[in-house]
Design a protein around this ligand. Structure first.
Ligand code: BGC
Length: 743
């Protein structure tokens, strides 16, 4: 449709019809006949059956046949036959599930996330979907927050690269949403959802404007610059005002300053929740505030549908403000080509062809291999380490994750655990007789109960069964030469509404670990987690630790690829792993303070803890490989840079070991003196370098003003002359550094 046709359409719509274009309901409203629904969910929400027929969009339901049927049925009922939008959380895969987003961050390679998004878009679009609520661009610094697993980590620069890559992956490089196999992407949760106080989900966010702009807003901006079609509001308050009714945040910052012109959707029920926040009197008041703030779609409440028409009739709202929001929704439908083809790519035949096809599974497996982080791989006196596993050695695979298919992580609602390849499946195929298996214990004991999307999860193993499991595991561990111990959090221990105050592995598994350690100390821990954990004991006792996060559908195969050395680990930590929980929130790009405490000095009147180091156990950017790389000193091609000039910083990297490997060269910059305090260092460049044994390569980074600018105290980007330090290394603690002056 041309814009003039959209305008004519809008003009012809009734007030209620317009309000309903802004209503988003979930699929349960469209499961049966209207009469049945009218007595159930509609009544509970205070909606009329007419609103159901006119709703602009549906969330959380998929399948080509089903969505085609809904589209056909409800377009007939809609007075102007306007097609619906179908939206869903397709976060890290549709049916072929890739590693969880934090793991993708560990690849330190946005192209991996691009491919995952492209494949997810293909599977989603043939399943009838038009919009995905992804990527989550929230910066995270507190491992207690369960949703760190949905982020790509603690660094604003990396998150920006990943956000842009995912938006492009979903929407295509051209951004033409009519293209086949593309879906519209939605950057969320605007803004600063990851800054929840004390890591408790949905909690208050208090940030200085400088911190908000300099750290938290950057990745959303990257999504907008990449052409994202939608943005989602966050549940939290931002400096006292809930984001979903925060006019300054949405109209001034998001629309005017950041240049977002697409559809702004509330998070689930977030408009109505402003009543609970204590800033809206009732639903009508919430609707008025949210629309005034510029929120276009009301997800899953009747605030807009039930009240906007009345507010306009009563003179509390201008009709123009409603028209503005409805036009944006119509424009999105038009960009997707739905007025001409309401079913877009929905096609049952294509679903069969693409969903979980070999090509997609292979991409998921390759991606997973790149996300694993080798935290420790101790060598013995003759220089050999446990990984990669050596042929001909008997290996006992022990632990609750050996046969567990729950490898998808919490936000993978379209995936099925039944499609997952377990460690045992893969190990049997690769190692045959050399491998034996035992569960050892359940993931958690009878002392715990974990709420999940599908009800509460409990452990139903009796004491006698547990004893039997342990005995079997101990027997197999003592007869084997080495043990691969597959441990970790339950997948429902991270994700939405899954904040924790302890970053531990369930005690029942730690007991198993200690028991196994008594009989066999050649332990490789394969660690599953949705967040950084406190690994003090594990990392002290186990000879090898491999973090595999929640690796997705092809998890088992990927783990075996890396354990056996078919692929070498190359992941890097996208979040600091704390020494202990009390260090949280924790991030490498902190300020120095006036009394820093370098090298853990024991001295009074320093900024330090009495009982723990300031440093994390494993820092941001850290991760080992099966080989060793050396780096030369940092070389700068000049010592001074002009404001519009450029400096090239380089190092020579060499593979000093005997096997092929991939390292990540990381460039950090520190502004040594500025008008506001600058972080001790900030990541400004990454490059993956793959080298054969003995091979070396020069790795160069270009430094321009973009990497040196920062947010001054008045909220404006500035470039200030002075000294800068450039670090190039393989994690965020590198001291390999050179200095230059910006004149
Ligand atoms: C989450 C969003 C999600 C939405 C729709 C909310 O609870 O915060 O991230 O997109 O539900 O499923």
């Amino acid at each position: 449709m041309r814009q003039s046709e959209l305008e004519a359409l809008l003009k012809d719509m009734s007030l209620q019809e317009k309000a309903d274009q802004l209503l988003q309901l979930n699929g349960t409203f469209y499961t049966g006949e209207l009469d049945e629904i009218a007595t159930g969910p509609i009544m509970e929400m205070g909606l009329k059956s007419e609103d159901i027929c006119q709703a602009g969009s549906i969330l959380g339901t998929y399948g080509a046949e089903r969505l085609k049927e809904i589209q056909k049925k409800y377009m007939e009922k809609q007075p102007h036959h306007i097609p619906m939008l179908f939206m869903m959380d397709v976060i890290h895969g549709m049916k072929t599930i890739f590693p969880m987003p934090l793991a993708m961050g560990a690849a330190f390679d946005p192209s991996v996330a691009y491919t995952a998004a492209e494949i997810a878009a293909k599977e989603a679009s043939v399943s009838g979907l038009h919009v995905t609520f992804s990527p989550m661009a929230d910066l995270v610094r507190d491992a207690r927050w369960g949703r760190v697993m949905e982020s790509t980590g603690e660094d604003a620069y990396m998150n920006s690269l990943y956000t842009a890559a995912q938006v492009k992956g979903f929407q295509g490089d051209s951004g033409n949403l009519r293209e086949k196999y593309k879906v519209a992407s939605c950057v969320k949760h605007f803004a600063a959802y990851g800054g929840a106080e004390a890591g408790r989900d949905y909690n208050t966010v208090e940030l200085s404007e400088q911190t908000l702009r300099e750290y938290y807003l950057r990745s959303y901006q990257a999504g907008i610059d990449a052409g994202v079609a939608l943005v989602m509001t966050s549940f939290n308050t931002v400096n006292g005002v809930p984001a979903s009714v925060n006019t300054w945040l949405m109209r001034e910052v998001l629309r005017k300053e950041m240049g977002f012109e697409g559809v702004l959707i509330s998070d689930y029920a977030a408009i109505e929740e402003t009543i609970c926040h204590g800033v809206s009197e009732d639903k009508a008041d919430a609707a008025e505030k949210a629309l005034k703030a510029g929120v276009d779609i009301d997800m899953m409440t009747s605030c807009y549908s039930g009240h906007l028409a009345g507010l306009i009739r009563g003179g509390k709202l201008e009709e123009g403000i409603l028209d503005e929001a409805v036009m944006r929704v119509l424009q999105l439908k038009n960009k997707l080509g739905l007025f001409e083809n309401p079913y877009k790519d929905a096609d049952p035949e294509e679903e069969k062809r693409w969903i979980l096809c070999e090509e997609h599974r292979k991409a998921a497996r390759d991606a997973a291999c790149k996300t694993f982080v080798l935290l420790k791989n101790e060598r013995d006196s003759d220089g050999t380490a446990l990984l990669p596993l050596k042929k001909g050695k008997k290996t006992a695979f022990i632990g609750p994750y050996v046969e567990n298919q729950e490898l998808l992580s919490s936000w993978a609602v379209t995936g099925s655990k039944e499609d997952c390849v377990t460690i045992r499946n893969a190990a049997e195929a690769v190692l045959g007789e050399e491998a034996v298996f035992a569960c050892g214990c359940p993931i958690f004991g009878n002392d715990m109960e974990i709420p999940s999307f599908n009800g509460n999860i409990r452990c139903d193993v009796s004491e006698a069964e547990r004893k039997g499991m342990l005995e079997d595991a101990l027997k197999k561990a003592s007869e084997a030469e080495q043990v691969v111990l597959c441990l970790g959090e339950h997948s429902a221990q991270s994700g939405e509404a899954a904040s924790r105050t302890m970053l531990d592995i369930p005690e029942i598994q730690m007991e198993l670990f200690r028991e196994i350690y008594r009989v066999n100390q050649n332990i490789v821990v394969v660690l599953f987690s949705g967040r950084p954990l406190d690994l003090r004991e594990i990392s002290r006792k186990a000879r090898t630790v491999l973090e595999v996060w929640f690796p997705g559908t092809e998890g088992g195969n990927a783990i075996l690829d890396v354990l056996t050395g078919v692929q070498s680990p190359s992941g890097k930590l996208p979040m600091s792993f704390p020494y202990c929980i009390a260090q949280e929130p924790l991030h490498y790009d902190h300020y120095n303070t006036g009394r820093p405490n370098p090298n853990g000095r024991v001295e009074k009147f320093r900024s330090r803890y009495l009982d723990a180091p300031n440093e994390p156990l494993y820092p941001f950017g850290y991760g080992l490989t099966y080989t060793e790389f050396s780096l030369s000193e940092v070389r700068l091609d000049r010592e001074q840079m002009e404001a519009d000039g450029m400096i090239t910083a380089s190092v020579i990297m060499k593979n000093e070991g005997t096997v092929f490997g991939t390292e990540t060269a990381q460039m950090y910059i520190r502004d040594l003196t500025a008008s506001v305090v600058r972080p001790v260092r900030q990541l400004k460049g990454i490059q993956k370098v793959s080298l054969m044994p003995g091979e070396s390569r020069t790795v160069s980074f270009e430094i321009t003003r973009e990497q040196l600018q920062f947010m001054a105290s008045d909220g404006k980007e500035v470039l200030e002359s002075g000294r800068f330090a450039v670090y190039i290394g393989t994690d965020s603690t590198t001291e390999n550094c050179a200095e230059f002056v910006l004149i």
